[in-house]
Design a protein around this ligand. Structure first.
Ligand code: SF4
Ligand code: SF4
Length: 308
């Protein structure tokens, strides 16, 4: 099964588990928001070459460890950093906390989300379970979206992040980029708000935010309305020394981010010790999101590779 088929099996309607998950997600995303937002604005950005203030050592805390590794990576030149994301598929419980945190961080409207958590049934009755596969732009090293539009509209940064130029990537170019992405990771911002049609569009939808180091606001058709949008590994947070929102908001230790060029980083360690896959790896586009699938718990013989 390819990821498109997995997507079709997503149960979008809120289930009992989903509602409980959303409640947990609210608390988790707030925690992630506070943690990330507070630290982000205190740590110098890597543009000045600063590595940031030292963090306390908290044994066994994956977020603090990855945060320290992030600061070490930011002390290196841009081209020496190799950002990747690792998803521990065995740990994801499908709570959608990361999706909500991403929406809050990047102020995405109803037209699309940078992040989804598709759900696929696995096993045989009565030993059934669900497997969750969080997805976002995988920052391809040879991006099909980039090949689909004129040069300069989509840039592959030296650290691996694929950057969209919102001033150019509109209209037919936005459509071409979205169509070319094999991960269906791109959507076009139609300018609508979730609270359209209510007495007032809520402030959280009208607030300014930062993407690609520029301040934006979707009010009255402002940037990035009309443009193609997608995940950027929370570039603005990472450059400020803070982990991506989906990583800090994950309640079950399923999300990892870091520098694969550092052999001692958490992501390097995970990929060295656990079996993993990359979706559409066979296409040669070198995706930078890895899925750990080393013996999914409770599903003997089942692995992500079964579906992809
Ligand atoms: S996942 Fe899609 S949007 Fe992201 S770089 Fe690859 S082709 Fe482009
Ligand atoms: S890295 Fe940031 S933009 Fe990308 S899915 Fe996670 S929260 Fe969303």
């Amino acid at each position: 099964m390819h990821d498109e088929e997995v997507m079709q099996s997503v149960q979008d309607k809120p289930s009992r588990r989903g509602v409980v998950g959303l409640l947990a997600a609210g608390a988790a995303s707030v925690a992630g928001w506070v943690f990330g937002g507070t630290v982000a604005r205190r740590v110098p950005t890597s543009r000045g070459g600063a590595a940031g203030t030292a963090l306390p050592v908290v044994p066994g805390n994956r977020l603090v460890a990855m945060q320290q590794e992030l600061h070490q990576a930011l002390a290196k030149p841009l081209s020496k950093r190799r950002w990747v994301m690792v998803v521990d598929t065995r740990a994801c419980i499908g709570c959608q906390a990361c999706v909500i945190a991403c929406r809050a961080e990047n102020v995405t409207g109803p037209a699309g989300s940078y992040r989804r958590v598709p759900e696929a049934p696995a096993g045989r009755f009565p030993n059934l379970t669900n497997v969750f596969m969080p997805t976002n732009c995988v920052q391809c090293d040879d991006p099909p979206c980039q090949r689909a539009v004129p040069a300069g509209m989509i840039t592959k940064r030296p650290d691996g992040i694929v950057e969209f130029d919102y001033t150019q990537l509109k209209g037919r170019y936005a459509e071409a980029a979205a169509k070319a992405c094999p991960y269906r990771a791109v959507h076009i911002d139609d300018g609508k708000f979730f609270t359209d049609g209510t007495p007032a569009v809520q402030a959280y939808e009208r607030r300014s935010f930062v993407e690609y180091q520029n301040v934006m606001n979707r009010n009255a058709g402002g940037t990035p309305v009309g443009a193609a949008r997608k995940c950027h590994f929370c570039l603005h947070r990472v450059e400020g020394g803070v982990l991506p929102a989906c990583v800090t908001s994950c309640i079950s230790n399923a999300m990892y981010f870091g520098d694969l060029a550092d052999p001692a980083s958490t992501v390097s360690e995970l990929l060295r010790t656990q079996r993993s896959i990359r979706i559409h790896e066979e296409a040669g586009i070198e995706p930078r999101v890895y899925y750990v699938e080393d013996g999914l718990q409770g599903v003997p013989g089942y692995a992500c590779a079964t579906c992809h």
